[in-house]
Design a binder for this molecule. Structure first.
Ligand SMILES: *Cc1c(COP(=O)(O)O)cnc(C)c1O
Length: 450
């Protein structure tokens, strides 16, 4: 497969998605969303990208309208096509401001949703799409999701009380912030949260193993909501589209994006948006001290690493799941080097950027966004958009001592944290996970009998 190519989709036929492992396997959008993973264990990718220059968005200003225009070709001929406007409207129930800072730099604030991180966008879009697809199904679909903190909270919030969908969230015990833990737990109803004694990669391995496991295959209709699901990736393209158009209209220049990166879904969405013809310049992945991405770009040699714990916990990933998509699209590392840059940012630099944020930028950065700020300061060219992936109030234990001030909690986030309750804790094994799920089913059956 070539690099994501511009203008290869004519918009009138049904858009197909293919597996990274077997191009002969193709599926329409609805199937790709519902299944999460392709049957061969690969990840779904678009077979083509529409050709949409800035002129295709003339007269469109609001992000919902831009999203609808951008995604229409991806929904062409699909069961969900008619629902696209409603899905976009439901997704963006909160603002996504692009604010100009100094030095030809702007910040795209993706943290105004219910769980105060960018993952609300993808999770709400997926929840909206999947609940529509399942509206008439006999059996609920189970969304199994591994989280390094933010995904699980966003998915739980987005799917909570959606009919015909159950959610199981796995998070690494002791490796998320107190406030993240509060957002992950206490949902109840159709959401089960489980604390895994391990790191994020253990959680991710459990999800992958469940998809291959007989018990899970026969007892549950499984789907995923990790950034491996296309239903997360596609909507993430929309804020790159909107921000690049807004920036170009304001400043007459095409901006680059600096994206705090872990599993690489967010940065890949920027590359996809650029492939659709949006006015996007360079894309830089800002990683924390974890080295799989920078090591690969430097050496051309792909290998996962053990996860290293850093201050930017949501990016503590040693084996990024979207690397499979990246390597599928850019099978030649030299081509990939032309498409994207990556910079590894230490915890010391993260701390320094948070500390000086108020004085230098007039901003309080969260530890993830701080990696992008560090990259910006290392870069002398103009016209960059910093992608702010989380609100600093989510990581107050790191941020507040560094700035010597408190960070007010956004109202939406406070409401979510009020629900908190302890989650069952398990060893990182499929057996232990099954036991918790079975126990929960029995509890629910007993409750239903009463
Ligand atoms: C998930 C997350 C990231 C990393 O995004 P990827 O798409 O996994 O690369 C960065 N910052 C925050 C706050 C996150 O929650």
């Amino acid at each position: 497969m070539p690099n994501p190519q511009r203008g290869t989709h004519n918009g009138s036929c049904i858009m197909q998605f293919t597996s990274t492992r077997d191009e002969s396997h193709q599926a329409p959008l609805a199937a790709a969303l519902a299944d999460g993973l392709a049957p061969d264990g690969g990840l779904y990718v678009p077979t083509a990208f529409p050709d949409l220059g800035p002129e295709a968005f003339d007269g469109l200003e609001r992000i919902e309208a831009i999203a609808e225009r951008l995604l229409r070709p991806f929904f062409a001929g699909d069961r969900l096509e008619d629902a696209l406007p409603a899905i976009c409207a439901e997704t963006f129930s909160f603002p996504v401001p692009l604010r100009d800072l100094k030095d030809d730099t702007a910040v795209l604030e993706l943290f105004h949703g219910p769980t105060a991180a960018f993952k609300d966008v993808g999770a709400r879009f997926l929840a909206s799409g999947l609940s529509r697809l399942n509206a008439g199904a006999a059996e609920p679909v189970t969304i199994l999701v591994a989280t390094s903190g933010d995904t699980g909270a966003a998915v739980a919030a987005a799917f909570h009380q959606k009919p015909n969908v159950e959610v199981i969230v796995l998070y690494p015990k002791g490796r998320v912030s107190d406030r993240q833990e509060k957002q992950l737990t206490g949902w109840g109803g159709n959401v089960l949260t489980v604390a895994v004694q391990g790191v994020f990669d253990d959680c991710q391995q459990l999800v992958k193993a469940a998809f291959r496991d007989d018990w899970w295959q026969t007892h549950r209709r499984l789907s995923s909501a990790n950034s491996i699901n296309l239903g997360r990736l596609l909507p993430q393209m929309t804020y790159y589209a909107a921000a690049s158009l807004w920036y170009q209209r304001r400043h007459g220049a095409r901006p680059g994006f600096i994206v705090p990166s872990g599993n690489l879904g967010n940065a890949l969405a920027a590359l996809y948006a650029r492939a659709c013809g949006l006015p996007i310049g360079d894309v830089v992945m800002a990683t924390n001290a974890n080295r799989p991405v920078t090591h690969f770009l430097e050496t051309g040699d792909w290998q996962p690493f053990d996860t290293e714990e850093t201050l930017a916990t949501a990016m503590d990933v040693g084996d990024p799941s979207n690397m499979e998509r990246v390597r599928y699209h850019w099978s030649d590392v030299e081509a990939l080097r032309h498409a994207v840059r990556a910079e590894r940012i230490t915890d010391d630099a993260i701390r320094r950027q948070i500390r000086r944020g108020p004085a230098v930028w007039g901003e309080v950065w969260d530890p993830h966004t701080a990696t992008a700020v560090e990259v910006r300061e290392q870069t002398s060219t103009p016209h960059w958009i910093l992608v702010a992936t989380a609100h600093p109030a989510k990581f107050e234990q790191i941020v507040e001592p560094l700035i010597g001030d408190t960070v007010p909690v956004p109202e939406a986030l406070a409401a979510v944290m009020d629900r908190a309750a302890p989650a069952p804790e398990i060893a990182p094994s499929l057996d232990a996970l099954r036991d918790v799920v079975v126990a929960r089913e029995e509890q629910q059956r007993a409750a239903a009998r009463e």
